[in-house]
Structures are given as structure tokens and as C-alpha cells.
Design a protein around this ligand. Structure first.
Ligand SMILES: Nc1ncnc2c1ncn2[C@@H]1O[C@H](COP(=O)(O)OP(=O)(O)OP(=O)(O)O)[C@@H](O)[C@H]1O
Length: 806
């Protein structure tokens, strides 16, 4: 058939989302109706049709001829194949044709579009020599692009045989990611020279964009944290191994190299739309030529789809008594926490909920937050997964990367679900307070979606693309510091606060729980090693500085290492007994030196109490003054809140007491407040009371008992407000030899958390106002604030004096 002699009507094949170019081969997916019509026509001996690309908004079900471009290509049929429910027409694309008219043929059962076309010959305005040079240049760019893609060798090899500009355009065009409109524009260009130049432009832009993408991907991979990269490498390794196994007859006894994805997809019990997506991907996989770089990408995706748990898991009825027993077996003490958890599980049982609200366990490191999560999983008889969110700064680590990225992976939530293999695991999100918000999107907003019961049944992961239902998951989050958690996230969680352990509690946890773990880890049997109680307590006191028991476990492991060496070498009797005097040999010099209460204080020095993630500490607040200009200096690496406390204390002192000291000229004195252990940053409002006491003691020239410690926030009106960490602070005070503690009245309720033996050794006094504080510390009665207002006004007229500055 000679297309030049064309001027006839022929069937139109609408082409969606692309444009066919002359001198190429095409695979066109056609609708069932069109396939039926084509079949009839092929049977009648028809061999060609015209391919017209569809404009934006084209609807294959309601064909409107206005929505087709009026220049297309003549195609010659090769074959029509039906595969997995889709009909594919294989054809040779011949030459350009222009449409003179189009109509819909209603005579056939299904409406066919018929076009009258004429040839649209190109204007060859470039001489053969230049054509060759242009062709060579285009090939060169194509080689450069393909060098970035592994497996593209066979594709690019075919280019060598192409000897016309039209031919290379037809071959490469399907892979150039430009819009249909741009492709059509190129097709419609009459001048071969202009067409060639426009195509080179497109190709160069494509090359630039690929280089840019690769640069970005490299940047990303540099930034991605180690774990993420490790997971990626593991995945790659798995693929390589799988590929090696495919060729290995030992691994393919029946010669079946490929996974039976169709079967796996059916077996995975996916929701209908997800299954359809999986089947579409499988089809794409089967259409890939050998060596295509897409094969592994599709396989990885399918592997994830078939491995994820989709079907609901049968719930085992929780026996609350058993659950409580299991938690006890896992975890010593912290009865209140366990009680809260059991209450939570009971509510879930009554309401027949799978998820319940999200628990947030907050407390210092090593206090068993993560292991409580594990205990909950056991109590509920569910799978347990844990991910650490510490340092996660990229939203994509939670939500995954789009598959178009090089080395894309699903996010940690979906990876966790894959690992769990069940739809209802107990999912521990460790260190939610350490999420970092950075320019890569806010990971906490992705977490919000994970934790919001309203939204989490359709959680979207960029890699997975299909929504995933997380509503059966029991989430437990852990954090060291509640204040670093974004408020919207915190609102969605039920907070349970764990405090640090007392030395006694640590002793029991060490003896009854940690020793077992440590012995097991070192292959030592119980009768082979014995640490006596004194040595145990010394390890806790002198070799660990922590609120939890993580370092204790580390020190016990050191002891176990020495013991195993001695046991193996046979130079010890069994059990190998560790006593206090051996500790320096085994563990080195004690690492801890706690501040102890002073025997004597000079005016201006006060003992305060601090909370640190490692437990409580006492700290000294030292104030002094000197001739100057009314400046306030603060040292000891104090945070903003602490600096404000100092300013409040000073203002309060001036407003309440300055008038009693008419000779003290504030604007001729500099005041300096220092809190030693200067290298450690300190912050928080709870030193307010101690600072006020220090300033008062200094300026009044009265000493405060060094064995008296205090904590409390103060306000400008002189109220003492409650503070946190009372248990840790009290324990630290006892260790430091403090005898009496002043604390805000509202903190009185916290004293019930303190073991009786500790309470017996200390005297507690609660205070409401700075008047109470000064009475307890300096034995002075301050006038009531109402009485003071008048005096203050008299002494400090509104314009008066230099105020202290910070
Ligand atoms: N009350 C306890 N009873 C028994 N073992 C405990 C208890 N508290 C902590 N442990 C043990 O201490 C170790 C550290 O606990 P875990 O990892 O759960 O701490 P964590 O609070 O999650 O710490 P981090 O905040 O650093 O993640 C674990 O081996 C755990 O079993």
C-alpha cells in the first residue's frame, strides 16, 4: 500500500497520553469495543488506520471528534493480542497524515470514528550532509542520557541502526517526558530542519533534568541517615540474591525462576482497589523487556504489596488478670503506671476497641518505656514492632519516597507494618520528642496522620501509593521530654509519666531483672556469678549517674565479661563472687561525684534542687554584690527561663523589701548570681524561690542553713508555684545530706510517690508565698503585700532610679 495515493476514509484509533511518530513501532492499548471492531475489519482485509492523539479532556466512553488532533499518523496493523483482560494492537507507524474530515459512523453496533485523510509530506529543507550531522548529534545526546541508566544498553544499541532523523525521533520520542501538546506540536512541524532542532532542544532539556534529578538523588542519599541507607542496601542485596537464585538451577529445581506474583497477590487478601493496582503492576512487569531497569523497581513494589498485612487479624480476648501478671513479669515496680495501662486495656476490652487512644510514655532514659511497650504487646498477645524517631528530620522517612526517586523506599510506618506481618500490632514509636522539623517537610505532621484515629484508616505513604489502614494498630509512643513534642501531636496522646527509680528500686530491678538478661547474654549460669548486695549498691551509687537503669545494665555487663573470662580460664572458684573491694579492679575508679550539702554557708548562698534527665541533683545558688551601676550578671550557662526567674526575684525583692533598706543604693551596686557546675546548661523556673532567698540573704546579710534545700517557681506577686520532678529532687537531697526541704504547697501531693524510708529521714515544709519562704529560710516576718504597696510607691516614684538590667 502506498500512502502517497491516500485520499480515503479510514478508521481512527484514538491515542491517549502520547503521540505516535512515523518510522516507529507502536503498542496501542485499545478498548474492548474498539478491539472488536478492529478484529472485524482486519478479518475483512483492512490493514491500516489513522492514529490521532486525543486532546486534554478526551473521554473514551463518549467519543467527541472535536477532541482529537487533526494531524496524526498512518499505522499498519501487525497483530491484535488480548492479554490479561487488555487488548493491545501492535502496529507499524508509517507517515504523517492530515485529517480533512471526521465523522462518527453509527452503522456499526458501536460508534466508530471515521476520518478522511491526506498525506502530510514533510518539507526536507536540510541537505543530506547536515542531516547526517544532526543525526549523529542526536545519537550522542541519547548515549549520554542512557549512560545514567543501567540496563539501557540493549535499548540504545538499536539506535546505531537508525539512519534518518524521522527514524530516531520515532524511536526516542516515547521516552521523552513532555506533554502530549508538545509532542503533537513537534509532529505537526512541516520543516524537517525545525523539527530536528526542536527535538534536539527537547532532548537536551531532558538530559539536564536527568542530571539534576541524579544530583538531587545523590544529595538525598548523602543526607539519608545510616539506617535508611542500610535498609536500602539490604533490599538491593536481596534483589541481587534473588536474581542470582533465578539463574541457579539449585534454587529452581522445577525451572521456575519467577515468583508467582499472581498467586501471591490473590493470597494477600488485599482490598479490591489495591489488588487491581497490584495486577496492573504485574502486567507492567510482564511487559518489560529483558534487562529493563524498571523490573526491579516493579518487583520491589510488588514484594511490598504482597508482604503487607491487609486482612484484619482475629482479636484474642484479653484476660485482664493475665495481662496484669505479664506486665509484672516484665517490669518491676511502677505500680501506678502499670495500673494505668491495665485500666486502658480494660476500657479497650469493654468498648471492643482495637486501638484505644494512643499512649505516650514519658520519662528519663532507661526507665523501661520501650520494654513496657513490649510488655503491652505480650499482654495483648499481639505482634510487637518498634521504630525509633530520634533525629528523623525528613517527612519521607515516615511517609516514604515516591517511586520515581532513585532508591525509593516506603516510610518507616509501612516498613514496620511489613515487619509486623499482622494488621494489629503494638507499634512503639520511640523518641517522638526527638523528631526534628527541617526543610524536608515536617515529619511530625506525617505522624499526626498516623496517630489520628479519624484519618489513619487511610494513611498515605508516597511509595505505597494506595491508602493503608492503620486503625487496628495499638500505638505506644515514648519520649524523654514532653515539652519538645509539638502540641497537636501531644493532644492526640494519653500521657503517662514515668519517674526515675530510687536506689532501692534500681537494686531490685538489677538483681531480679537485669542480672538475668546480662547472664544470659554472656552465657553465664546463675550459680556461676554472685554480686553481693553491698557491691550492687555501690555500683548503683558510684558507677552510674542516671534516672533509669541503662548504665547499670552496662556496668553489670562489664562485671559479667570479667567473670566469664575468669570462669573460662578456670582461675576462680564457683560462684565467682564480686564484693565491694573488687569493684575498682573490675570497673575502674568510681565515676560519680555528687555535690554534698555544705557545712557552712555565707550570706547569699542557698541550696536549690534540680531535675535532670539523669535524676535529681542539688545545686548551689551564689549571689554577691559590688559597687557598680545597677547591673545584674548571671553566670553558669543559665537558660532564658532561669534568667527570667532571676529578674523576677530581683524585682520582687525591690518591690517588697527595698524600702526597708533605705541605705542600700541599688543603682550603685552590681549584682552577680552564679550557679556552679558552669559547664552544664541549666534552665527552668523552679530555681525562682532559691534565687529570691539568695538575694534576700545577701542583701539582708543573713545566712541560710546549708542543710535546707528548696524548689519552687515564684511570680511577681510573690506566689510560689508548683514545679516538676519532686521525687527525683527529694532523692537527690537525701543523698546529699539535706535535712529539710521547702516545696510549693501544690506539690504536697507528689510526696506520696516517695518511699517511706526516704520520707522518714527528711523534714518537709510547704510554702505558698515568698513571705513563707523568707520566714522558713531567714526567720524573718515580711510585711503583707497590701501594706507594702503604699510604701513601695512612696519609695519608688514612677520615674525613679535606674532599674537593674539583664
Ligand atoms: N521496672 C523495670 N523492671 C525491669 N526491667 C526494667 C525496668 N525498667 C527498665 N528495665 C530494663 O532496663 C533496660 C532499659 O529499658 P528501656 O529500653 O525500656 O528504657 P527506655 O525508657 O525505653 O529508654 P529510652 O528512653 O532510652 O528509650 C531494659 O533492659 C529494660 O528491660
Amino acid at each position: 500500500m502506498n500512502s502517497d495515493s491516500l485520499n480515503k476514509e479510514m478508521m481512527v484509533i484514538p491515542i491517549t497520553q502520547t503521540v505516535l511518530f512515523p518510522e516507529s513501532n507502536a503498542q496501542i492499548r485499545v478498548s474492548h469495543d474498539l478491539a472488536r471492531q478492529l478484529k472485524q475489519r482486519i478479518e475483512k482485509g483492512e490493514t491500516m488506520a489513522v492514529a490521532l492523539s486525543a486532546k486534554e479532556g478526551f473521554d473514551a466512553d463518549h467519543v467527541d471528534t472535536d477532541n482529537l488532533f487533526s494531524m496524526g499518523t498512518l499505522i499498519f496493523f501487525d497483530s491484535l493480542i488480548s492479554r490479561r483482560g487488555h487488548d493491545i494492537l501492535y502496529a507499524k507507524v508509517h507517515s504523517r497524515v492530515a485529517v480533512e474530515s471526521v465523522r462518527t459512523d453509527h452503522r456499526t453496533t458501536e460508534d466508530a470514528i471515521i476520518a478522511r485523510v491526506v498525506p502530510a509530506k514533510e518539507h526536507i529543507d536540510i541537505d543530506p550532509g547536515d542531516q547526517d550531522r544532526m543525526l549523529a548529534y542526536i545519537k550522542e545526546i541519547a548515549y549520554e542520557i542512557s549512560a545514567h541508566f543501567k540496563g539501557s544498553e540493549s535499548y540504545i544499541k538499536d539506535i546505531e541502526k537508525i539512519n534518518s532523523i524521522q527514524g530516531i525521533l520515532g524511536y526516542l520520542m516515547p521516552n521523552i517526558p513532555v506533554s502530549v501538546k508538545e509532542k503533537q506540536h513537534l509532529l505537526e512541524m512541516d520543516s524537517l530542519k525545525q523539527k530536528g532542532i526542536a527535538f534536539m532542544d527537547m532532548l537536551l532539556q531532558h538530559k539536564e533534568s536527568i542530571t539534576l534529578q541524579i544530583e538531587m538523588a545523590q544529595k538525598f542519599s548523602d543526607q539519608a541517615n545510616k539506617n535508611y541507607r542500610k535498609a536500602f542496601l539490604k533490599e538491593q542485596l536481596k534483589n541481587i540474591q534473588e536474581e542470582l537464585n533465578e539463574d541457579d538451577p539449585d534454587h529452581n529445581p522445577e525451572g521456575k525462576g519467577k515468583k508467582d506474583y499472581a498467586h501471591l497477590i490473590k493470597a494477600a487478601n488485599m482490598p479490591e482497589d489495591v489488588e487491581q493496582t497490584a495486577l496492573d503492576e504485574l502486567e507492567k512487569l510482564n511487559e518489560q523487556g529483558q534487562g529493563s531497569h524498571e523490573i526491579n523497581i516493579i518487583k520491589n513494589y510488588l514484594d511490598l504489596l504482597v508482604a503487607l498485612p491487609w486482612a484484619a487479624t482475629e482479636e484474642t480476648d484479653i484476660d485482664i488478670k493475665d495481662a496484669s501478671g505479664l506486665l509484672d513479669a516484665h517490669h518491676y515496680g511502677q505500680e501506678k503506671i502499670k495500673e494505668r495501662i491495665i485500666q486502658h486495656l480494660s476500657v479497650m476490652k469493654l468498648k471492643k476497641e482495637k486501638q484505644g487512644s494512643i499512649l505516650l510514655l514519658v520519662g528519663p532514659p532507661g526507665t523501661g518505656k520501650t520494654s513496657l511497650g513490649k510488655g503491652i504487646a505480650e499482654a495483648l498477645q499481639r505482634e510487637y514492632v518498634r521504630i525509633s524517631l530520634g533525629g528523623v528530620r525528613d517527612e519521607a522517612e515516615i511517609r516514604g519516597h515516591r517511586r520515581t526517586y532513585v532508591g525509593a523506599l516506603p516510610g518507616r510506618i509501612i516498613q514496620g507494618m511489613k515487619k509486623a506481618g499482622k494488621k494489629n500490632p503494638v507499634f512503639v514509636l520511640d523518641e517522638v520528642d526527638k523528631l526534628v522539623s527541617a526543610f524536608h517537610g515536617d515529619p511530625s505532621s506525617a505522624l499526626l496522620e498516623v496517630l489520628d484515629p479519624e484519618q489513619n484508616n487511610t494513611f498515605s505513604d508516597h511509595y505505597l501509593e494506595v491508602p493503608y489502614d492503620l486503625s487496628d494498630v495499638f500505638f505506644v509512643a515514648t519520649a524523654n521530654d514532653k515539652s519538645s513534642i509539638p502540641a497537636p501531636l501531644l493532644d492526640r496522646m494519653e500521657v503517662i509519666e514515668l519517674s526515675g527509680y530510687t536506689a532501692d528500686e534500681k537494686f531490685h530491678i538489677g538483681k531480679d531483672f537485669l542480672m538475668k538478661l546480662v547472664l544470659e547474654a554472656h552465657g553465664i549460669e546463675t550459680h556461676q556469678l554472685e554480686i553481693d548486695d553491698n557491691a550492687f549498691r555501690t555500683i548503683i551509687d558510684k558507677y552510674t549517674l542516671e534516672a533509669g537503669v541503662r548504665a547499670l545494665r552496662g556496668q553489670l555487663a562489664k562485671v559479667a565479661r570479667v567473670a566469664s573470662q575468669r570462669i573460662v580460664s578456670g582461675d576462680t572458684e564457683l560462684p565467682f563472687q564480686v564484693s565491694c573491694d573488687m569493684l575498682e579492679d573490675i570497673l575502674g575508679r568510681p565515676v560519680i561525684r555528687h555535690d554534698m550539702a555544705q557545712e557552712k554557708n555565707q550570706p547569699g548562698v542557698v541550696t536549690g534542687l534540680a531535675w535532670t534527665p539523669m535524676g535529681g541533683e542539688i545545686l548551689f545558688i551564689e549571689a554577691t554584690h559590688m559597687p557598680g551601676t545597677g547591673k545584674l550578671t548571671l553566670t553558669g550557662r543559665l537558660g532564658d527561663v532561669m534568667k527570667e526567674s532571676a529578674a523576677i526575684s530581683l524585682s520582687l525583692f525591690r518591690s517588697r523589701l527595698a524600702f526597708t533598706l533605705p541605705d542600700f543604693e541599688f543603682d550603685k551596686k552590681d549584682l552577680h548570681i552564679h550557679i556552679p557546675a558552669g559547664s552544664l546548661p541549666k534552665d527552668g523556673p523552679s530555681a525562682g524561690a532559691a534565687m529570691f532567698a539568695a538575694i534576700t540573704s545577701l542583701i539582708m546579710g543573713r545566712k541560710i542553713d546549708p542543710k535546707l534545700a528548696m524548689t519552687g517557681e515564684i511570680t511577681l506577686r510573690g506566689h510560689v508555684l508548683p514545679v516538676g520532678g519532686i521525687k527525683e529532687k527529694v532523692l537527690a537531697a537525701r543523698r546529699a545530706g539535706i535535712r529539710k526541704i521547702l516545696l510549693p504547697r501544690e506539690n504536697e501531693k507528689d510526696l506520696k510517690d516517695i518511699p517511706d524510708n526516704v520520707k522518714e529521714e527528711l523534714e518537709f515544709k510547704t510554702i505558698d508565698t515568698v513571705e513563707d519562704l523568707i520566714k522558713e529560710t531567714l526567720g524573718l516576718e515580711l510585711p503583707k503585700p497590701e501594706a507594702l504597696m503604699l510604701g513601695t510607691l512612696k519609695l519608688f516614684p514612677a520615674s525613679g532610679g535606674t532599674f537593674f538590667r539583664i
